[in-house]
Design a binder for this molecule. Sequence first.
Ligand code: FE2
Length: 375
Amino acid sequence: MQTSFVEKDPETKDFLPLNGTDHVEFYVGNAKQSAHFYKTAFGFKTVAYAGPETGLRDRASYVLQQGKIRLILTSPLKSDSPIMDHIKTHGDGVKILALWVDDAYKSYEETIKRGAKSYQEPQTLTDDFGEVRTAGIYTYGETVHLFVERKNYNGAFMPGYIAVEGGYEPESTGLLYIDHCVGNVGWNRMNEAVQWYEDIMGFKNILSFDDKQINTEYSALMSKVMSNKNGYVKFPINEPAEGKKKSQIEEYLEFYEGEGVQHIAVATHDIISTVREMKKRGVEFLSAPPRAYYETLLQRVGKIDEDIAPLQELGILVDHDEEGYLLQIFTKPVQDRPTLFFEIIQRKGAQSFGAGNFKALFESLEREQELRGNL
Ligand code: FE2
């Protein structure tokens, strides 16, 4: 499969230096129950909370953590709420992809100056543990990038939240950090979104796939991977493409009622034990590819450290590039609308995204889409 890498330019200065992903905030119908799901099934722990008990009148937020991954689950408490409006349109989904920066005010200024649409003006929040500065801009759809500066803070999460310790704490499943977050945009919108990340955020397009490369009998899509300068933050962008039947991206757009986050890829150092544990705890994954996929696996990807049997048993996919290989698997959507899902990924050198698996993956996705009557 052809991929096109674009050279990184180390000479020019980065106007938006990023330290990584700070957190991902979901707007959901029932944060209390969603928190239970992510704790029990994914192995997160609650580390902080904000709600009526802490003086918030309109919402409740649970901050969950595992490794370096921080998720916030937020629900509105009244019908008259922008959070409720978001949920009414999109269902449960990602509102905020927050980025960890050293200077939130400057991040805001630099991106607004380049044409970003403001979500939240810079503000400084303080409590006994120090200060956190935040500012936010809109990206695709109603999704937001929040810049979070926390170098002068040592509390549990952020002023306004109280630390949560003890209580119900299931074991970790071995999830470590966010590898990438993928966005779905509308027809003919991909290049616009790519341009936005280049112009506003200083990102580079490091990898591209077109519909000739990514299609099965029915489903087709186009994808471009955007990366910030140091490579700590990667946002692939998908757009639907014409196929014989409805693209999986089109199904997403229809049910999310707009553009938004399609999947969050989380990394592990031992995908076999992570996936085995998550399955035991009730996480549903896309069905395994046919046996032939595993019979020809070594011819396709070369020698790998893992035994084939557990990979086949769990339905884990393997792909390779010039730098090594990667193992990956995708969950089914984590809410009733066929929108957001998770990817579990273990990198063994490979820096790509599993394009060699797209065909096997899409055939599995199409089986699900067909069951939903959306193909
Ligand atoms: Fe991915």
